[in-house]
Design a protein around this ligand. Structure first.
Ligand SMILES: NC(=O)C1=CN([C@@H]2O[C@H](COP(=O)(O)OP(=O)(O)OC[C@H]3O[C@@H](n4cnc5c(N)ncnc54)[C@H](OP(=O)(O)O)[C@@H]3O)[C@@H](O)[C@H]2O)C=CC1
Ligand SMILES: O=C([O-])CC(=O)C(=O)O
Length: 268
């Protein structure tokens, strides 16, 4: 192959962003991270080397890239994806809870269409999304998604108003509702609800259960779906990222797979 490298702008230099950059480097992927977007340019950002660091979406104007990958947080999706799509780049969204905002979704979709770009929703912490999305083409009758995380992974979320996370002695279901409600209320922990919903029955017909388990050390996802295709049952037990136990290692791996697929010849 030529020396061409697939050019990526990474939005977010937290647990997932760093992990993705490390893995791409370790694996020798034909990928160049041409810029990293952060909120505060003054903060020390280890591991960035010579990579250009930006904090204003207008700065994308001086950059050539093939793909913008968001792994920052709900509030970053609008400004950065708008700017990336306006430049005709495909954008990959990790903070999918942002897409529960129908106006934002319509605006980004319109920008993508107008500029010949795509909005990519990687499976994130999930697996089996290819099968769920394929099955939805024939028709689904139900999709349930249960998210179980160690009790303290729900610290700092509305779960604290439902139960005392620190003193649980057994798993506690603290939320059951639609994917839209789950992602709206838990934007750092339930982005996955939007992914299983968009793949399957949509934000308002996908039933999501959130569980705090004091005995758990892994972040688990169980998706059960039924439809004309038959039945699907997928379970993932993901190791949390050391730098942020709310997020799973699989989320970074899923981004690495997506980026390598875009950069490579065999796509799997
Ligand atoms: N799709 C999925 O399956 C999953 C999605 N996620 C999403 O990915 C996001 C990132 O996760 P993770 O890396 O673990 O979180 P971290 O908190 O470790 O890192 C987030 C990083 O993004 C930066 N950031 C936040 N807002 C902006 C912004 N507006 N512009 C630029 N940078 C910004 C933060 O910087 P600062 O220092 O300024 O705060 C921080 O460095 C989560 O918030 C969640 O929305 C997470 C897990 C699974
Ligand atoms: O990493 C996970 O298990 C899922 C997650 O945090 C999210 O969906 O936001």
């Amino acid at each position: 192959m030529s020396g061409y490298k697939f050019r990526v702008v990474l939005v977010g230099w937290g647990a997932i962003g760093r992990r993705v950059a490390d893995l791409l480097l370790q694996r020798g992927a034909p990928v160049a991270i041409v810029a990293v977007a952060v909120r505060d340019l003054a903060a020390v950002r280890e591991g960035l080397g010579d990579v250009r660091v930006i904090s204003d979406p207008n700065d994308l104007a001086g950059i050539e890239a093939d793909l913008l990958v968001e792994a920052a947080g709900r509030g970053s999706v609008g400004p950065w994806c708008r700017a990336g799509l306006a430049r005709g780049w495909d954008v990959a969204v990790s903070s999918t809870s942002a897409l529960t905002d129908a106006d934002l979704l319509a605006e980004l979709t319109g920008l993508a269409q107008a500029n010949g770009a795509q909005i990519i929703i990687p499976p994130g912490a999930l697996g089996g999304i290819d099968a769920l999305a394929a099955a939805s083409r024939l028709g689904l009758s139900s999709v349930r998604h249960e998210v179980v995380k160690p009790a303290l992974a729900w610290a700092g979320t509305p779960a604290e108003a439902v139960c005392d996370l620190g003193s649980l002695t057994e798993p506690r279901v603290f939320f059951e509702g639609t994917a839209r409600q789950a992602a709206d209320a838990y934007p750092q922990n339930a982005n996955v609800a939007v992914i299983s919903a968009i793949a399957g029955l949509g934000l308002d017909r996908t039933v999501v259960t959130l569980v705090a388990d004091p005995g758990a050390v892994l972040n688990s996802h169980r998706i059960v779906a039924e439809g004309d295709f038959g039945k699907l049952s997928v379970v993932l037990e993901n190791r949390p990222l050391a730098a942020n136990p709310k997020s799973s290692e699989m989320t970074g791996l899923s981004l690495v797979r997506m980026i390598e697929n875009r950069a490579g010849v065999i796509v799997i």
